[in-house]
Every structure is written in C-alpha cells, then in structure tokens.
Ligand binder design. Structure first.
Ligand SMILES: [Zn+2]
Length: 444
C-alpha cells in the first residue's frame, strides 16, 4: 500500500537565528540540530531557550525526529493545537497518554531502578566527604517555584550538592528539559545515568538527548563502575565519549573530577565544542598559510584578485580582533587605512554589507563608528553580494562561522564557547582569558 506523502514544514523562523529551512536542518550534524531541539523544548517549558515558528502559519514548532535508514533525522513539527489549516500541517500527533502508557511497561524496570538507587547510595556513603543523601525525596526549591524529587540527592563537604537522575528506556524530551533546567536554575549539578545503553546498536533518541546535554558524554553505573567506586571509596562512573562514528571505549571517571559548565550538566571531555572548534580551525588553516606570504596580486587559492582581497581583508579583521593585528591585504600600516582605501577605490564596494556584518560580529565592532563605518556606507556598490547566492559570502561564512553563520554563532554563545574575537560586548578582563579555545589557526 502506498502511504500518503506527509507534508513537512519547509521552514521555521527561530528567534535570534533567523529562518532555518527543513533542508538546512537535515544537512546539520546531529549535535547542531540536537541543540536547537533541546533549546526549543526548554523555551516551551517556560525556561530560557529558543522560539521556532512555522513560516507558513506562524504557530510554534519543535524539532521532532524520525528514523530513516537507521538514522535519526530531524524535522520541524507543529505542537498539537497548532493551526490545523496550515498548508504544512500533517495531522494529529499521537496523544501523549498513549505514548506514556507504552513507555512505562511494567514494574521490572522500576524494581531495577530502585536497586540502582540503593547501589549508588551505598557507594556515596563510603566517601568521607558525604554529609547526607536522599533517595526519591522531595527537594524544596530555592530558585524555582516547585521542588523536585531527584532519584538521588547528595551533599558533599567541599563540593556542594549533586543530583542524579536515572534515564529509563524512554524519558520524554520535555521531561529531560524540565529536569535539566530545574537544576540549572537551582545551581545544582545534575548527572544523568543511563540504563542499559547498548552502544554497539543504534542508540535511542531519548538517550542521545541526554548524552548531548552532557556534551557528548554517556554515563553508566555498571559493574565496573560499582567495583571501582568501592575500591576508591567515592562515586565512579563509566563514561562513553561520543565520537563521529559512535563512542570511544569506556573510561572510568570520578564524579568530582568532571567539568561543570553553566548548564550544570557535568562532562569528562567536551565532545561538542572541542571537535567543532577544531573543525573550523582545520578549514581556516590553509587560508592563513596562503595569506601569510601573499603578494596582494597573485591568485589566492584560485580566487580572482578582488575576491582574494576580500578574503585578505576579512582575515585581517579577524586577526586584529583576536589581538594580533595583521594586514594581509595591502601595505598600509593598519586595517583602517587598508579598508578605507579599498572602499574608496571601489574594490571592496560590492561587499560592504558582508564586511559590515563581519565587523559587527567581532570585537572590532567599534570600527563601524569610525571613518571605516562612513566609508562602508558611502562607498557601497549598487550591486551588493548577498548571503544566499554569492560565492564570496558562502566562502567566508564557511571560514568564519563564529561571526557569519548565525546558527553556529548562536550555538557557541549558548555553550559559552564563542571565541573572544567574535564577542561584541565590552568585556573588562583581558580577552584571551575569556575564551575557552581561541582559534589557534590565527597567526602567532
Ligand atoms: Zn504551520
């Protein structure tokens, strides 16, 4: 039988980011769309996050996942109660109760759950820093309206409190969001421990959602972790680190050696930010190398001279924003003189909108208030390159995504990992120390 083709929402408008097409979403790596998915759900739960709206009917949408050829693929979907007349509407979702019923199948899981809680309680008590712990007891709020019932809650001398939640077979994304945000606001680190994850098979979406919140770390309390905890008299966990194909071989980690970011979801190694910044650096490295001894005339990596000068000017802006003033585009003593000259002669005139966007999204934003800003306005060509169709714009967006790719820029901001050169607000302490990982492909 041939199934009715489902209509899909072809584009959504995400606040702070702009329009995102369904095909953009499909082209994103899993962690990129996954973070958007998390944050849209967070917002829907009334916490800080993102609002996404269907571009046909303006009602709110979220990112749902569908399995296709064993891969989890993202697509926008209306929340139930969205506009039924929307031309991209594709019918009713299953009622949450039906799904919930299917999810909590049986008491076996809850018995196992109870045993695991007791097992954790037993090892946290071995640590001399242990002050007290509770199992599934009400924890009154300090910042939120309501309290919660963490599976395990521990207070430690010297390292504050810690909450642990066990992720059962299919906790809802909304539930995951609610708990993550709750503990973030309370300022209590939350550790999700996964039950029965099988990393040799396709890992289910609800696990992946939790793993991403922990920056690509999957924590398990398995027999190896129990044995190590007893031996070291503290809470040890088995940690699977996500890589491009699946997961690394497991490692034993101590709970008190994990990094705790602003989200309060600890990790052993950041498998989201680190690979992303490394990948961007890889894209840029050959360009910095080519620019280092460019004579301002010969074709730069197969570009014509005007395009080459644009790239050289853009990289000069970035290097200078990074505190290492460079002028790759001319012999002028500084980038201001270089930019003003090329704008005045018309060489960079087709790119004034691109250069303005770039400068506005770097620590060099103040340039726009100088003669450079005047020149950008005055010498703007009639035919400007645009973001959608120009080769130059696409190239620079790819090479300098921290400033020019709205989705990546926003993601790095959210993860507190936007490099100092791409931060526009005036930060008082010296910039290099604000940065988690500065682009080392910038010239030394
Ligand atoms: Zn719609």
């Amino acid at each position: 039988m041939v199934r009715q083709p489902q209509r899909i929402i072809e584009a959504a408008l995400i606040n702070g980011i702009g329009p995102v097409m369904a095909r953009d979403l499909l082209a994103m790596p899993e962690n990129r769309w996954g973070l958007l998915r998390d944050r849209i759900t967070d917002r829907r739960q009334g916490k800080d996050g993102l609002v996404a709206r269907c571009m046909a009917c303006d009602s709110e949408v979220y990112i749902k996942t569908a399995r296709l050829r064993k891969m989890s693929r993202p697509l926008f979907a209306h929340y139930s109660g969205g506009d039924p007349d929307c031309r991209w509407h594709h019918g009713r979702r299953a009622a949450p109760d039906e799904v919930r019923a299917a999810q909590y199948q049986g008491r076996q899981e809850s018995n196992f759950h109870r045993l695991m809680c007791e097992q954790i309680a037993e090892v946290v008590e071995l640590d001399e820093r242990h002050i007290r712990h509770t199992i599934a007891k009400y924890l009154p709020p300090t910042e939120n309206k309501h309290g919660r019932y963490p599976d395990i809650y521990v207070e430690w001398k010297g390292c504050g409190a810690f909450a642990i939640e066990f992720q059962l077979s299919g906790t809802f994304q909304t539930e995951i969001s609610a708990r993550c945000k709750h503990y973030e606001y309370e300022g209590i680190p939350l550790l999700w421990i996964l039950f029965g994850i099988d990393i040799s098979a396709v890992v289910q979406q609800s696990f992946l959602d939790v793993i991403r919140r922990h920056r690509g770390n999957a924590f398990v309390f398995d027999p190896a972790a129990i044995a190590a905890s007893k031996e070291q008299k503290t809470l040890m966990l088995t940690c699977y680190l996500q890589n491009a194909e699946g997961f690394d071989a497991p490692k034993l980690v101590r709970f008190d050696e994990l990094t705790i970011p602003r989200s309060k979801l600890p990790f052993h190694e950041d498998r989201i930010v680190t690979p992303l910044l490394a990948e961007i650096e890889r894209r840029r490295r050959p360009w910095f190398e080519a620019l280092a001894d460019w004579d301002h005339f010969a074709p730069l990596c197969n570009l014509d001279r005007q395009q080459g000068l644009l790239v050289a000017a853009a990289f000069s802006i970035v290097a200078t924003a990074n505190g290492k003033e460079r002028n790759y585009a001319s012999d002028h003593p500084n980038i201001r003189a270089m930019l003003n000259t090329y704008l005045h002669t018309g060489t960079l005139a087709p790119y004034t909108n691109l250069l303005t966007r770039l400068i506005a999204n770097t620590s060099m934003v103040d340039l726009l208030g100088t003669t450079v800003g005047d020149h950008l306005r005055r010498h703007s060509a009639e035919q400007l390159v645009d973001e959608e169709s120009s080769v130059e714009w696409r190239l620079l967006k790819h090479l300098l995504p921290e400033a020019l790719d709205a989705v990546i820029r926003d993601e790095l901001k959210y993860l507190d990992a936007l490099p100092g050169w791409a931060i526009t607000t005036n930060v008082s302490p010296p910039r290099p120390f604000q940065v988690i990982s500065p682009p080392s492909a910038a010239p030394a």
